[in-house]
Design a protein around this ligand. Structure first.
Ligand code: G4P
Length: 531
């Protein structure tokens, strides 16, 4: 089927990494290449204080930055590239997972000195759940890092994905000479220079071309030949289909801060990364090329001005064409809405969007209509899949500290959890509110925002739970049974689904043994995650 050229030319992706591996630096270099910014430093580091101290100004700053850089779009080689920003701080991992539901591929940055880190593994698990195609960039080759073969081994074993190097480093740290582009037979020569846009590139016919001898010492050239023989034997040629299925990751080496190895990474990305294709809804698979518009909300951001309660809902377009001032169908609320000010956000600039295509993200001003995961269509009853909630790790009960402000507290908790700051579980009897979050910082954010935006005061009472499992059963009787016999461990999520709250894995295993008819799920999106 012929696809609309506007869909074909869109590449929507996220750059992900363990904090400090170089995500911000790489994003910035891409934007420089794309002409979206003129100077380095224009993209602020999107992270709150790494040490999770309660620096509220830092949190506020972070919120400001993350609206401004939510989507960074630029044109490169006739393609429209959309980079979706993800927070760096690990306590905001849940935000990152949701953003990953809105991209068509990712670039994963790995620090050559540190190798695969904890957050890298977690992010990769999410990519694998959705078979998202991944390109890996091994950064900081200007530092004394791990051996490249060891790094590739580590990627394969820790990330459970096959890899296929596209470039190969010659030395590293002090001896870093450059990289050899395996399939184009190009030698890129390294110079530490943060201001340069691209590096000198030497074209060779093959590895035996005498031109290489002019730039590399004999020892370096011999080592390169030996390495590449091994690379070819072990990793073979890039199988693009496997990449698109999320089974194989092309790997590049470079140094983001020195703008080295970035151009070939970007060029390959443009060549092979997928354009928007299809998205699964509960009811059916929606093709990007369908005539009718569909889209879903993957992120909600509160207005930074507390006097204005409206929020910005970020909508990923999945099919058709989104148009300003047209009525669309909000499937969960069963009502029609029209948007007169849909926005495009880019480095502190807001522009009005007249129309948007699959792969694009628009910001919609919202006065409380949206929850994360909501679907908009032209009338069809659809619900997109792919935005599961994951088990939080810290659980605390909300205690109202100002009975005069009970309503404000209720509203604040509801809105903040709808925004996805943390998850809310209701426990009976007494409608007890339990907040579950991935990190401690979220509780600080909630406390601070409840007071500042809603005028409500609360305290958090620590609970011993550290896991949540969504529970289902083919037979309702069994579900009733566990809910009665383990009442003190049952909560209900935002959609009213029963959740088993446990202190640790051992307790979950025990419950699994005691209730063999119950299925326990690690994410809220059972069918997809567990299949
Ligand atoms: P992140 O978004 O993944 O958290 O990482 P970010 O880009 O902020 O980079 C983390 C640190 O690593 C920064 O140093 C950055 O300058 C440095 N860095 C990025 N790419 C390279 C590289 O290729 N080589 C080397 N040697 N360093 C690199 P910082 O000191 O934390 O911050 P800054 O003061 O330089 O901004």
């Amino acid at each position: 089927m012929n696809r609309h050229p506007e869909i074909e030319r869109r590449k929507t992706f996220a750059i992900i990494s363990h904090p400090d591996a170089g995500k911000t630096t790489l994003t910035e270099k891409f934007l420089l290449f794309g002409g979206a910014i003129n100077t380095a430093g224009a993209v602020k580091r999107n992270k709150a204080n790494q040490n999770t101290t309660s620096d509220f100004m830092e949190i506020e700053k972070q919120r400001g930055i993350s609206v401004a850089t939510s989507v960074m779009g630029f044109e490169y080689r006739d393609k429209r590239v959309n980079i979706l920003d993800t927070p760096g701080h690990k306590d905001f991992a849940e935000d990152t997972y949701r953003t990953l539901s809105a991209v068509d591929s990712v670039i994963l940055v790995v620090d050559s000195v540190k190798g695969v880190e904890e957050q890298t593994e977690k992010l990769m698990e999410v990519c694998r759940m959705r078979n998202t195609p991944v390109i890996i960039f091994i950064n900081k080759l200007d530092r004394e890092g791990k051996d490249p073969f060891d790094l590739l081994d580590e990627l394969e074993t820790k990330l459970t994905i096959s890899v296929c190097p596209q470039s190969w480093p010659i030395g590293q740290g002090y001896t870093f000479k450059g990289v050899y582009n395996i399939y184009d037979n190009q030698l890129s020569l390294f110079e530490a220079d943060k201001t340069r846009i691209s590096e000198p590139v030497i074209q060779a016919a093959d590895l035996h071309d005498p031109v290489l001898g002019q730039y590399l010492q004999e020892k370096q050239l011999d080592k390169l030949k030996g390495d590449l023989e091994l690379v070819e034997g072990i990793y073979g040629k890039l199988d693009k289909e496997m990449y698109l299925e999320g089974l194989l990751a092309p790997v590049f080496f470079g140094s983001a801060i020195n703008n080295f190895g970035i151009r070939e990474l970007l060029d390959t990305f443009i060549d092979i990364a997928p354009s928007p294709f299809s998205r699964d809804a509960e009811q059916r698979t929606v093709l990007a090329n369908e005539k009718d518009f569909t889209g879903f909300v993957f992120k909600i951001h509160a207005n930074l001005d507390p006097k204005h309660r409206d929020r910005i809902a970020f909508l990923r377009i999945c099919s058709g064409k989104f148009e300003r001032n047209k009525f669309y169908y909000h499937t969960r609320q069963d009502k029609k809405l029209k948007f007169s000010n849909p926005m495009d956000f880019m480095a502190n600039d807001k522009t009005l969007v007249e129309e948007a295509w699959p792969g694009d993200v628009v910001g919609l001003y919202d006065s409380g209509n949206f929850k994360i995961g909501d679907t908009l269509t032209e009338g069809e009853k659809l619900q997109f899949k792919g935005i599961p909630s994951f088990s939080p790790e810290i659980f605390k009960e909300v205690e109202n500290r100002d009975p005069m402000k009970t309503k404000q507290l209720e509203k604040g908790i509801q809105q903040l959890t709808e925004e996805g700051v943390a998850q809310l579980f209701i426990q009976q009897p007494g409608n007890r509110k339990i907040i579950g979050a991935v990190g401690a910082l979220q509780f600080e954010v909630i406390n601070f925002r409840l007071e500042n935006e809603y005028g409500a005061k609360c305290a958090f009472r620590p609970l011993s739970y550290s896991r949540s499992s969504w529970i289902t059963s083919k037979d309702k009787k069994h579900l009733q049974e566990i809910m009665q016999r383990r009442a003190s461990h049952i909560g209900f999520d935002k959609d009213g689904n029963p959740v088993f709250l446990a202190d640790n894995d051992w307790a979950i295993n025990l419950a699994k043994r005691d209730f063999p008819e119950i299925d326990f799920h690690t994410t809220s999106e059972f069918r997809k995650a567990e299949s």
